[in-house]
Design a binder for this molecule. Structure first.
Ligand SMILES: [Fe+2]
Ligand SMILES: [Fe+2]
Length: 264
């Protein structure tokens, strides 16, 4: 494994902001699952079978479904790598809880594809097409360093795709009759908020621990956002993109990071 580019000299600085024990976490997961199943059970059968959306909606939504599903699939892999290589136990614990969350998100998004009747052979080509999140996640999947994975995927990507953009996605889907996707987005965001907050706590202590870490984190931010630019191209996702950058800068700039100059 390559040598880590930054480290936390004093790991006792990092505390899980949710302060979750294994017992608390399992109870929370169970409550979340129950709530999700109740929300899903309340969706009318017609909507759940994708008979309330137009054929044009489904055609256009396939790349959005792929962005959702493969981001979650990627997350289960990279967060497992982050857990395996975690430099200290408190951080490993946060990664392991997240692994269970991402697994649940992945299952929700798989069910969207299935209920919408999209044949599995079309899923991956939709994600590999230009204009998706594929390039970013493929990059993260190549990483081995826990801190780099958490800064790029949790702090930058989830921080950006935080509450704001999931609300845009949920409202947009619901307005077009896709109630199931809306329920999924609203469920996922409750966990993502926790993933973002431990990454934010990590970035904060990394910078406090050694000011030189800020330059490396800035570079990781720049690399990450550049890999997302193609998702915004074409103008269709303008509102999404503004929300994406807006959510991220709201957490990053107060920590001393600077906006990335981007060609959009
Ligand atoms: Fe997720
Ligand atoms: Fe997440």
């Amino acid at each position: 494994m390559p040598r880590p580019q930054i480290r936390l000299r004093d790991p006792s600085r990092f505390k899980d902001p949710a302060n979750l024990s294994w017992e608390h976490y399992v109870a929370l997961q169970a409550r979340e699952r129950e709530r999700y199943l109740a929300d899903r059970a309340a969706i009318p059968a017609d909507a759940l079978a994708y008979r309330t959306v137009s054929p044009q909606y489904l055609e256009r939504a396939v790349d959005q479904f792929a962005n959702n599903y493969y981001s979650e699939l990627s997350a289960t892999h990279y967060i497992a790598t982050a857990a395996a290589h975690a430099p200290f136990d408190e951080l490993k614990k946060c990664c392991l809880f997240q692994l269970a969350d991402e697994q649940r998100h992945l299952e929700m998004d798989r069910e969207v594809f299935e209920r919408a009747g999209i044949p599995e052979r079309d899923w991956l080509p939709a994600w590999e097409a230009p204009g998706t999140t594929c390039r970013f996640f493929r990059h993260v999947l190549e990483l081995e360093d826990t801190l780099e994975i958490l800064v790029k995927a949790n702090f930058v990507a989830e921080g950006a795709a935080g509450p704001g953009t999931f609300a845009v996605l949920a409202d947009g889907a619901e307005a077009r009759g896709d109630v199931f996707s809306a329920v999924n987005h609203r469920a996922r965001v409750r966990d993502e908020t926790r993933h973002i907050s431990f990454a934010r706590a990590l970035v904060k202590v990394l910078i406090e621990d050694d000011a030189a870490n800020l330059d490396v984190i800035q570079r990781w931010q720049d690399e990450s956002l550049q890999l997302f630019v193609e998702v915004a191209r074409g103008g269709q996702r303008r509102e999404w993109w503004e929300g994406f950058l807006g959510s991220y800068y709201k957490i990053a700039l107060p920590l001393g990071l600077k906006p990335t100059s981007l060609p959009v």
